[in-house]
Design a protein around this ligand. Structure first.
Ligand code: HEC
Ligand code: HEC
Ligand code: HEC
Ligand code: HEC
Ligand code: HEC
Ligand code: HEC
Ligand code: HEC
Ligand code: HEC
Ligand code: HEC
Ligand code: HEC
Length: 332
C-alpha cells in the first residue's frame, strides 16, 4: 500500500510538472510566435504526452488530480467535457462560479440513486456486465454506482478504477461495509480464500445485477460451484442425490466454523437426512438404533458398531465412479 501511494503521488507530480511545462511553453510561444518555426524540435526536446488539463483544474485541483490517470480523465479535454458529462453543463458556472452546475452527485442536495446511476449509464449502458442492472437487488434497493465506484478518491480510498488497476483494494472490504453478516462469515475458520485476496465476491456474484437468485453469475448454485469445482459435477455411476440437487444442502458459500465449509459437523450433517442405516449412528435411536423399543438388542443392526465418523468409510461423499458395485455405498 505504502509504495503504491508513493508511486501515485510521484506520478501526479510528474504529470503536473509536464502540465506546467506545457503551459509555460505555450506562454513562450505566444510571446514569440516566430521562434517556434525557427527552432526545429530535437528528439530529446519532444514533450512527453501529458494528459489534457481541463479549465476546471484551476479551481478544482484535487478533483482533477484524482481522475487524471483514470479511464475518465484520459478522455477529458480543455473544456472539461468529461467533468461536465457527470456534473452537468457548467458553461454558466465557468462564467460565474457561484452558479453551480446541476451536479446530481452534490453532497448537499444529491439526486436520487436512480438518477445518479442513469448519468453513468448514458455511457455504460452497452456494457454486458450491466445488462441486468435494473433487475438487480442493488438498483432496486437504491444502491447507486457511486456507492461502490469512488470517482474522486485519495490513496486510501482509491478513485474510479479500484478493481481494474494496481490500486486494487480487497473488494470484500467494500462489500463488507454494507454486508456485515457476510463480512463476519468470511472471517470464520473455514472460508473461501477471499480475505487472502485470492478470490472475490464478484467471482460468484455480479454486483451489477443478474436474473439469478442472489445475483449469481451462473444460472444456478450448482453451476456456480462446479464452474470451479468441476470434479464435483458428475455425472457419477453412483451419485449422491443431494449433491446433484444443491451443494448448499451440506455447504455454506461464505464461511463456516465447521471444516470444509460444511453447515454442520459430521455425523449431524448426515443424520439430518439419514436417521436410519444398517449401522446405528447413535445409542439413542430406539428401534432405529442400538435397542428395540422393548429394550432387546436390535437384530437389524450391527451391535458392534457405533459409526459416527461417517466419512471414514463413506469417503466418496460427492459420488463414486468405482468399478463394479464397489462404489455403491459411496465408500470408494
Ligand atoms: C473560477 C473557479 C472555478 C472554475 C474554473 C470551475 N469551478 Fe466549479 N466551483 C467553483 C466554486 C467556487 C465552487 C463552489 C465550491 C463550494 O461550494 O464549496 C464550485 C463548485 C463546483 C461543483 C460542486 C457543485 C455542488 O453541487 O456543490 C462542481 C460539480 C463543479 N464546481 C464543477 C466544475 C466543473 C465541471 C468545472 C469545469 C467545467 C468547474 N467547476 C470550473 C469554482 C470554479
Ligand atoms: C465519472 C463521473 C465523474 C467525472 C468524470 C468527474 N466527476 Fe466529479 N464527482 C463525481 C461524483 C460521483 C462525485 C461525488 C463525490 C465523490 O465520489 O467523491 C463528484 C464530486 C465532485 C465535486 C464535489 C466535491 C465535494 O466535496 O462535494 C467536484 C467539485 C467535482 N466532482 C469536480 C469534478 C471535476 C472538476 C471533474 C473533471 C476534472 C470531475 N469532477 C469529473 C463524478 C465525476
Ligand atoms: C461520458 C461517458 C461516461 C460517463 C458519463 C461515465 N463513464 Fe465510466 N467510462 C467511460 C469510458 C469511455 C470508459 C473506458 C472504457 C471502458 O472501460 O468501458 C469508462 C470506464 C469506466 C470504468 C472502468 C475503469 C477502468 O479502469 O477500466 C468504471 C468502473 C466506470 N467507467 C464507472 C463509471 C461510473 C460509476 C460513472 C458514473 C458516476 C461513469 N463511469 C460515467 C465513459 C463514461
Ligand atoms: C455493489 C457494488 C457495485 C455497484 C453498485 C456498481 N458496481 Fe461497477 N463494479 C463493481 C465491481 C466489484 C467491479 C469489478 C468486477 C470484476 O472485477 O469482475 C465493477 C466493475 C465495473 C466496470 C468495469 C467492468 C468491465 O467491463 O471490465 C464498469 C464499467 C462498472 N463497474 C460500471 C458501473 C456502473 C455504470 C454502475 C451503476 C449503473 C456500477 N458499476 C455499479 C461494483 C459495483
Ligand atoms: C452501499 C451498500 C452496499 C454495498 C457497498 C454493497 N451492497 Fe450488496 N446489497 C445492498 C443492499 C441494500 C441490498 C439489498 C438488501 C439485501 O439483500 O441485503 C444488497 C443486495 C445484495 C445481494 C443480493 C441479495 C439477495 O437477497 O438477492 C448480493 C449478492 C450483494 N448485495 C452482493 C454485493 C457485493 C458482491 C458487493 C461488493 C462488490 C456489494 N453487494 C456491495 C447494499 C450494498
Ligand atoms: C463461492 C461463491 C461465493 C462467493 C465467493 C461469495 N458468495 Fe455470496 N452467496 C453465494 C451463494 C451460493 C449464495 C446463496 C446462499 C443461500 O441461498 O443460502 C450467496 C448469498 C449472498 C447474499 C444474500 C444472502 C445472505 O446470506 O444474506 C449476499 C448479500 C452475499 N452472498 C454477498 C457476498 C459478499 C459480500 C461476498 C464477498 C465477501 C460474497 N457474497 C462471496 C456464493 C458466493
Ligand atoms: C471462483 C472459483 C470458485 C467457485 C465458484 C467456488 N469455489 Fe469453492 N473453492 C475455491 C478455492 C480457490 C478454494 C480453496 C482451495 C484451497 O484452499 O486449496 C475453494 C475451497 C472450497 C472448499 C473447501 C474449503 C476448506 O475449508 O478447505 C469447499 C467445501 C468449497 N470450496 C465449496 C464450494 C461451493 C459449495 C461452491 C458454490 C457455492 C464453491 N465452492 C464455489 C474456488 C471456488
Ligand atoms: C451430502 C453433503 C454434501 C453435498 C450435497 C456436497 N458436499 Fe462437498 N463435501 C461434503 C463433505 C462432508 C466434505 C468433506 C469431505 C472430506 O473431508 O473428506 C466435502 C468437501 C468438499 C470440498 C473440499 C474437499 C474436496 O473434496 O475437494 C469441495 C471443494 C466440495 N465439497 C464441493 C462441493 C460441491 C461443488 C458440491 C455441489 C456440487 C458439494 N460439495 C456438495 C459434503 C457434501
Ligand atoms: C440433504 C439430505 C442428505 C444429506 C445431508 C446426506 N445424504 Fe446421503 N443420501 C441422501 C439421499 C436422498 C440418498 C439416496 C437414498 C436412496 O437412494 O434410497 C442418499 C444416499 C446415501 C448413501 C448411499 C445409500 C445407498 O443405498 O446407495 C450413503 C452411503 C449416504 N447417502 C451417506 C451420506 C453421508 C455419509 C452423509 C453425510 C456426509 C450424507 N449421506 C448426507 C440424502 C442425504
Ligand atoms: C465403519 C465404516 C462405516 C461408517 C463409519 C459408516 N458407514 Fe454407512 N455404511 C458402511 C457400509 C460398509 C455400508 C454398506 C452396508 C451394506 O453393505 O449392507 C454402509 C451403508 C450405509 C448406508 C446405506 C445402507 C443403509 O443402511 O441404508 C447409509 C445411508 C449409510 N451407510 C450412512 C452412514 C452414515 C450417516 C454414517 C455416519 C453416521 C455412516 N454411514 C458411517 C460403512 C460405514
Amino acid at each position: 500500500m505504502r509504495s503504491n501511494s508513493f508511486a501515485s503521488a510521484l506520478a501526479y507530480a510528474v504529470a503536473f510538472c509536464a502540465w506546467a511545462m506545457c503551459h509555460s511553453a505555450a506562454a513562450q510561444q505566444q510571446a514569440a510566435p516566430a521562434a517556434t518555426e525557427a527552432a526545429p524540435k530535437s528528439a530529446e526536446a519532444a514533450p512527453k504526452p501529458a494528459p489534457t488539463m481541463p479549465v476546471c483544474a484551476a479551481c478544482h485541483e484535487r478533483q482533477t488530480q484524482s481522475i487524471v490517470f483514470t479511464a475518465h480523465g484520459a478522455m477529458n479535454d480543455a473544456q472539461g467535457s468529461m467533468c461536465q458529462a457527470c456534473h452537468g453543463d457548467a458553461s454558466e458556472h465557468l462564467k460565474d462560479p457561484s452558479k453551480k452546475p446541476e451536479n446530481p452527485f452534490s453532497k448537499i442536495v444529491p439526486a436520487t440513486a436512480a438518477k445518479q446511476s442513469s448519468v453513468c449509464l448514458t455511457c455504460h449502458v452497452g456494457n454486458r456486465h450491466l445488462a441486468f442492472w435494473e433487475s438487480g437487488m442493488h438498483a432496486k434497493q437504491d444502491v447507486s454506482c457511486a456507492n461502490c465506484h469512488v470517482m474522486h478518491g485519495t490513496e486510501h480510498n482509491p478513485p474510479i478504477a479500484p478493481f481494474t488497476t494496481s490500486f486494487r483494494p480487497n473488494e470484500a472490504d467494500l462489500c463488507g461495509t454494507c454486508h456485515q453478516p457476510i463480512r463476519a462469515a468470511i472471517m470464520k475458520p473455514s472460508h473461501h480464500p477471499i480475505i487472502e485476496n485470492k478470490m472475490k465476491c464478484s467471482d460468484c456474484h455480479n454486483p451489477h445485477g443478474a436474473l439469478t437468485p442472489v445475483m449469481l453469475k451462473q444460472e444456478s448454485v450448482n453451476a456456480q460451484c462446479t464452474s470451479c469445482h468441476a470434479d464435483k459435477r458428475g455425472p457419477f455411476v453412483f451419485p449422491h442425490p443431494p449433491v446433484d440437487e444443491n451443494c448448499l444442502s451440506c455447504h455454506t458459500p461464505h464461511g463456516s466454523v465447521h471444516y470444509k465449509l460444511t453447515n454442520e459437523h459430521v455425523p449431524n450433517l448426515c443424520q439430518d437426512c439419514h436417521d436410519w442405516s444398517k449401522h446405528p449412528g447413535s445409542f439413542y435411536g430406539a428401534d432405529k438404533g442400538w435397542l428395540t423399543p422393548q429394550g432387546a438388542p436390535n437384530s437389524s443392526v450391527s451391535t458392534r458398531l457405533i459409526a459416527r465418523s461417517c466419512l471414514n468409510c463413506h469417503n466418496a461423499i460427492h459420488g463414486s465412479n468405482a468399478p463394479g458395485a464397489r462404489g455403491k455405498f459411496l465408500t470408494r
